[in-house]
Design a binder for this molecule. Structure first.
Ligand code: ZN
Length: 395
């Protein structure tokens, strides 16, 4: 047996020892004088030692047998089983964890609380092992006994999401919200977006299917910043010729999620065009990009769109203003330099580039440790991070 393996088993054995010692102490307190009369080497400690020997001999299955026997003679020590199973699962030995939890569940005299705990543990084993159907079934059994089991609700919800069972994922999310009193609007919004997309892809369903639209509307209602919900709903409304509603849905992103506004720019323009009000779009965007809260990406996309629409003067103005708000944003400075250069304003372009590079240079550290990567403006003969002598080189 190689050393790391041995060390792993030793850690397990020590943990087990601590658990069993704790359980023994609890029992001792409960049973009082009776326990104190017991032989120190009899019963549980003999099973423990034998189990420990099997662990050390790298025969964990036999070790489990011993611990199982040990638990049989002390019905109060189900916790040991559960801890042991958890340890195996944490070590990635799902098969062993499953065996332990199955053995536990098979016990006839198990309390309801312990049975639920064991079933939940088994569900977690199955989930980690990738046995999807069995995991779902085990979670459902837990919830039959305890409909408010938070961890089981969260586990089952995550499973349904991973499987792409969006209707069920939403159903369990709603139950989880009721039980915990918490809300997860971003999760709900994106589940509804997926449900809407499924409705759209259903054979025989028209793109503008009412059920899909309902889901997109609901997604935006629960989480107004849901950009994907706005995009999909905007597209459906546009195909149906409901341009005013589409504009309202799309423009809503300016307030609810200004940082992501640029992602809906093309669709917004199309909507305004379809409404015969392209100037309205330009007016609205001018206000949005000059607002202090405008993001560098919005400035960039807006400037590009202006240039494509044959309005390069405005594009330069937008970029200049953006640079005033976000002086270090490369996504603004680089296109501004390129645009000025294209417009034969190379001198100004060069000046901006030179100043920006100076700024970058000033912010850059002059020395770096070759050992740990620590950077600083001045040289340290002893690196303050890795404490090695004379490892810093000039950058
Ligand atoms: Zn260092």
């Amino acid at each position: 047996m190689d050393f790391p393996h041995l060390a792993g088993w030793m850690a397990l054995a020590v943990t087990l020892g601590a658990i069993i010692f704790g359980a023994g102490r609890r029992l001792g307190r409960e049973e009082g004088a009776q326990a104190r009369q017991r032989e120190p080497d009899g019963g549980e400690s003999a099973f423990y030692l034998r189990g420990l020997n099997f662990l050390l001999a790298d025969e964990p299955d036999k070790a489990i047998e011993e611990f199982v026997k040990f638990v049989r003679i002390n019905s109060e020590t189900v916790e040991i089983h559960l801890s042991l199973g958890k340890l195996f699962r944490a070590r990635g030995e799902v098969g062993r964890a499953i065996r332990i939890h199955q053995t536990l569940i098979a016990r006839p005299n198990l309390s309801e609380g312990h049975r639920t705990a064991a079933l939940h543990a088994l569900a977690e084993d199955y989930r980690q092992g990738g046995f999807v159907d069995r995991a779902v079934e085990a979670y459902r059994q837990v919830l039959q006994v305890d409909p408010e089991h938070r961890a089981a609700l969260a586990g089952l919800q995550a499973m349904h999401e991973n499987e792409g069972r969006w209707d069920k994922a939403l159903e369990i999310l709603k139950r989880w919200e009721l039980v915990t009193g918490e809300k997860d609007p971003r999760r709900e919004a994106h589940i509804r977006v997926r449900m809407g997309l499924e409705e759209q892809q259903r054979p025989g369903s028209k793109t503008g299917g009412d059920r899909a639209m309902e889901q997109f509307f609901e997604a935006i209602r629960v989480f107004p910043g849901c950009v994907e919900g706005r995009r999909l709903l905007g597209e459906v409304l546009l195909t149906q010729g409901r341009t005013r509603e589409a504009i309202e849905v799309l423009e809503g992103v300016k307030n609810s999620r200004p940082s992501h506004c640029f992602m809906l720019l093309d669709l917004m323009r199309r909507a305004h065009e379809q409404a015969g009000d392209e100037e309205g779009f330009f007016r609205g965007m001018r206000a949005a990009t000059t607002a202090l809260a405008s993001s560098p990406r919005l400035v960039l996309h807006w400037a590009r769109l202006l240039e494509r629409r044959g309005r390069p003067d405005e594009a330069v103005e937008v970029l200049r203003l953006g640079k005033a708000h976000h002086p270090r944003a490369l996504v603004i400075v680089a296109p501004l330099i390129a645009l000025l250069d294209r417009r034969d304003q190379g001198k100004e372009a060069l000046e901006i580039a030179r100043r920006h590079l100076d700024g970058l240079l000033g912010a850059q550290e002059a020395f770096q440790c070759g050992r740990c990567g620590f950077k600083a403006q001045d040289i340290y003969w002893k690196c303050p991070q890795c404490h090695q002598w004379d490892t810093m080189d000039p950058l």
